[in-house]
Design a protein around this ligand. Structure first.
Ligand SMILES: [Zn+2]
Length: 362
């Protein structure tokens, strides 16, 4: 009996040690990539689309850039940072061909419902349009910003001009630079001045979504100056190029976004403050169709497969996907609680949320 007690208490003690293992993450980058399909993330260029005359004007060039003989080579060519760095040092979720499934839980399968689900942790049926309506739900960004230790240390940058409403900029107190916003700080860097000059001079390709390069460099300048604890960067081009029906622009934009994320990661790992203390969580608001073929351009609840998404995690507390399997079923509503958990917080909003992504922690 004594032996048994000793064993039990030893086990309890070890359990306690495990639960209290210190986390290294102090900073979180949430990055979204509007309407990027899991099909391209995990298999690269689509053989049915890359030479399709309706969707590609210069097939020779696009093939030279992104066509390779195997899906493994194609994905690495399209997204080198994902496949050479995240796949080796972090985790990718959503490879449906290998039994890793990620779905949205909202019933609408388009942007605002998806961003609300990512940010609030709740697939809210009431969020049923992309209109500029203030989000009734508190987001995890607002929750974190309301914690004394994180007050004023949260910021958001987006290409789409609806983000100030999704994040409820006024109520949350989180600065949101989105759409065609410029940098308005009292002390502007040379880069911010250049971006502010150029952005209104370039022909706007879409009225409500700017080119991602502006979002990216505005965010980066802010990072250098203010070093926030939690930053949200929302790239938007891929979705709009897909709606335009341009597979070549969709692919080229996907490649650039991977490079942007790599640039941020390399910078983070070169900064004493952020190095080995920063976790990136990367995901998308919705999927797109595959069958019939032209549904790749679109999404929404009538498009088969538009609820299928993917996620990526890399950081000092996340085991590699070689060490911990990412097979199983996961949901978009798990992102918010997971962000809070990386910051050592328990996200408890008024509504129900998805569970913390346990596999993403050592
Ligand atoms: Zn869309």
């Amino acid at each position: 009996m004594k032996k048994l007690l000793l064993t039990v208490s030893l086990l309890l003690f070890c359990g306690l040690l495990q639960a209290q293992q210190p986390q290294h993450t102090e900073y979180v980058f949430l990055i979204t990539w509007d309407g990027m399909r899991w099909q391209e993330v995990f298999t690269g260029a689509d053989p049915q689309l890359i030479a399709h005359p309706d969707y590609v004007s210069d097939t020779a060039q696009l093939k030279e850039l992104f066509w390779r003989n195997t899906p493994e080579e194609r994905r690495k060519t399209l997204l080198p940072f994902f496949w050479e760095v995240i796949a080796r040092k972090g985790q990718l979720y959503g490879n449906r061909q290998e039994g890793s499934l990620v779905n949205v839980t909202n019933v609408h399968w388009f942007s605002y419902p998806g961003y609300n689900e990512i940010l609030s942790g709740y697939g809210d049926e009431r969020i049923d349009s992309n209109e500029k309506k203030l989000n009734p739900n508190q987001t995890v960004l607002e929750f974190v910003n309301n914690q004394p230790a994180f007050k004023g240390k949260v910021a958001a940058f987006g290409s789409w001009d609806v983000f100030p409403y999704i994040i409820h900029e006024e109520r949350s107190g989180i600065p949101v630079n989105a759409g065609y916003d410029t940098a308005t700080d009292t002390r502007l860097t040379d880069m911010e001045k250049a971006l502010n000059t150029l952005q209104p001079l370039l022909p706007g390709h879409w009225s409500s979504v700017r080119m991602d390069a502006f979002t990216h460099y505005y965010a980066w300048e802010y990072l250098k100056k203010k070093t926030p604890s939690l930053i949200y960067i929302a790239y938007g081009e891929t979705d709009d190029f897909a709606h335009d029906g341009s597979y070549e622009q969709y692919m080229k934009s996907a490649y650039r976004t991977d490079q942007f994320i790599q640039e941020l990661w390399n910078w983070v790992q070169s900064q004493k403050k952020y190095k080995d203390k920063t976790t990136f969580i990367i995901t998308t608001d919705h999927g797109r169709g595959t069958e019939p073929l032209d549904t790749w351009r679109s999404h929404g609840d009538e498009v088969k497969g538009a609820d299928e998404i993917w996620m990526a995690v890399i950081g000092p507390d996340t085991p590699t996907m070689q060490a911990v399997s990412t097979q199983g079923q996961y949901y978009q509503n798990q992102v918010a609680a997971t962000i809070a958990a990386f910051l050592g917080l328990e996200y408890r909003p008024e509504h129900e949320t998805g569970a913390v992504l346990k596999q993403a922690f050592k």
